[in-house]
Design a protein around this ligand. Structure first.
Ligand code: FMN
Length: 211
């Protein structure tokens, strides 16, 4: 399958077969794809929380307005973005950068000073909106990787993020949940969406060409 066929195959799964478990090796690859996603200034300002505990997944169902995919997928990935930028958060990734590339520690100081001047003087919420946008790119990568591995998934932002943050203790980690991605295998017989045509705006309306 090429990527377009794969993206035609994937859909926002409404019902997983709860008896089918995704192999951990495949989940690891899905997470790796998200890990490899590009981020603004390379800050990678988010984390993924991987949940397999059934009891915990069941507790998340009401937080997700009773969407059962959360509990019926074998793995639930929560994408959680930094609640704000801090000096330490910016310095940490640039410390890894210079170490991994064998560069002198101050190699990117002018650049990080500029970032700090701009980001640390903005409201926390403006920064969170920025970190969340980075998480969404990785979320897209994870979805595409899952489809490439023939693993079904549901992109989800239909949940009470504050309630989820409280349940998972994300506030203490300086994180806020942004999206969730349950992973599993479609219930071919009982998912009402499984055979429905994909609907998008007509391409000629979607694309604005400037020659
Ligand atoms: C950011 C985002 C949030 C979404 N939230 C939900 C959700 O909470 N529950 C759900 O069943 N589908 C959710 N969807 C799925 C969309 O409704 C679906 O992707 C869209 O209708 C296109 O259909 P397709 O993904 O099957 O191609 C979400 C999709 C995205 C990208």
């Amino acid at each position: 399958m090429n990527l377009i066929d794969t993206l035609q195959w994937r859909y926002a799964t409404k019902k997983f077969d709860p008896t089918k478990k995704v192999d951990q090796k495949l989940v690891d690859q899905i997470i790796e794809a998200a890990w490899l996603a590009p981020t603004s200034s390379g800050l990678q300002p988010f984390k993924i929380i991987e949940i397999t505990n059934q009891e915990l997944k069941e507790k998340i169902v009401p937080i997700a307005y009773n969407q059962r995919q959360v509990a019926e997928g074998s793995h639930l990935l929560v994408f959680a973005a930094w609640d704000n930028y801090t000096e330490n958060r910016i310095d940490t990734i640039y410390k890894y950068t210079t170490e991994d590339r064998g560069q002198e520690p101050n190699r990117y100081k002018d650049y990080t000073d500029r970032l700090k001047k701009s980001y640390l003087n903005r409201p926390a919420n403006t920064n969170f909106e920025h970190t969340a946008r980075q998480a969404y790119i990785a979320f897209g990568f994870a979805m595409a990787m899952a489809a490439d591995l023939h693993v079904d998934s549901t992109p989800m932002e239909g949940f009470d993020s504050e309630a989820l943050d409280n349940l998972l203790g994300l506030k203490e980690l300086g994180l806020k949940s942004v999206t969730m991605l349950p992973l599993g295998y479609r219930d071919q017989e009982n998912d009402w969406l499984v055979n429905m045509k994909k609907v998008r705006h007509p391409k000629k309306e979607f694309l604005i060409e400037i020659a």
